[in-house]
Design a protein around this ligand. Structure first.
Ligand code: SF4
Length: 240
């Protein structure tokens, strides 16, 4: 089978976009791969630019596609419950996806989720890189295999390394894409606070699991590791 290609999102990203809002507006017109044709709209990330935790999922689902917001469907509801149970502050989260349009196939009148291919992940990755250039998380949480492919490369196995705190962006497949020069409030170059990355399963995997309780507990346990990493940082900051 011929390898699929797509022009990619890069040429739709305004080089002078300073904010996530400007990126979101530009992403509305992205034609970087064919997924825009059948989906209702681009679903960009949401949350505060100063969020301490960035969660990266796979792609919008049916409900997200209709509402234009990430994580508002059944998997999003489950994620919110897991975030609460892990004692993560929802106000500290920025939520986004590796692929910003809903990929699906029609069966009758139903739109059935289809996992994005590598070509879609690659095409859409510039948006993710652009978002990260404007975010300053303490912890990056990768939800599932598609987000792991986008950030960590195809050889990363979530099942093998879930729940482990890894250095960020050193653990990225292309760390140079996510490197940023830290600045303090006065705009001066400052010491970079260490950022960590943690991979876990996507909340939709909990919904599909044979043993949903066990899968949910695993998700909460992983998110609790992220919450503790934040709490640990707060202690360090207070005493310094
Ligand atoms: S999936 Fe990503 S690259 Fe493809 S059209 Fe949508 S925003 Fe652009």
């Amino acid at each position: 089978m011929a390898e699929q290609t797509a022009p990619g999102a890069q040429r739709f990203i305004p080089p002078d976009a300073d904010t996530i809002d400007e990126l979101r507006a530009a992403a509305g017109g992205c034609r970087g791969c064919e997924l825009y044709r059948d989906a209702s709209q681009t679903v960009f990330g949401r949350g505060d630019e100063s969020a301490r935790v960035v969660l990266v999922g796979e792609q919008p689902g049916d409900m997200e596609d209709q509402k234009g917001l990430p994580f508002v469907g059944p998997a999003g509801r489950l994620l919110r419950r897991a975030v609460d149970d892990a004692k993560l502050d929802p106000k500290q989260l920025y939520l986004t996806n590796a692929v910003k349009h809903f990929r699906f196939e029609l069966r009758g009148r139903r739109r059935i989720h289809q996992t994005p291919d590598q070509v879609h992940i690659t095409a859409c990755r510039p948006w993710l890189v652009a978002e990260f250039a404007r975010l300053r998380p303490d912890v990056v949480v990768v939800l599932g295999a598609t987000a792991a492919k986008a950030l960590l490369g195809p050889s990363f196995r979530v099942t093998r390394q879930r729940g482990e705190l890894l250095p960020w962006p050193a653990s990225a497949q292309h760390p140079e894409d996510f490197q940023r020069v830290p600045v303090d409030n006065a705009g001066e170059v400052a010491d970079a606070p260490p950022t960590r990355l943690l991979a876990t399963i996507h909340p939709s995997a909990v919904l599909r699991a044979d043993d949903q309780d066990k899968a949910y507990e695993g998700l909460v346990a992983d998110l609790t590791v992220a919450a503790r990493a934040l709490a640990g940082k707060r202690r360090v900051n207070r005493s310094s």
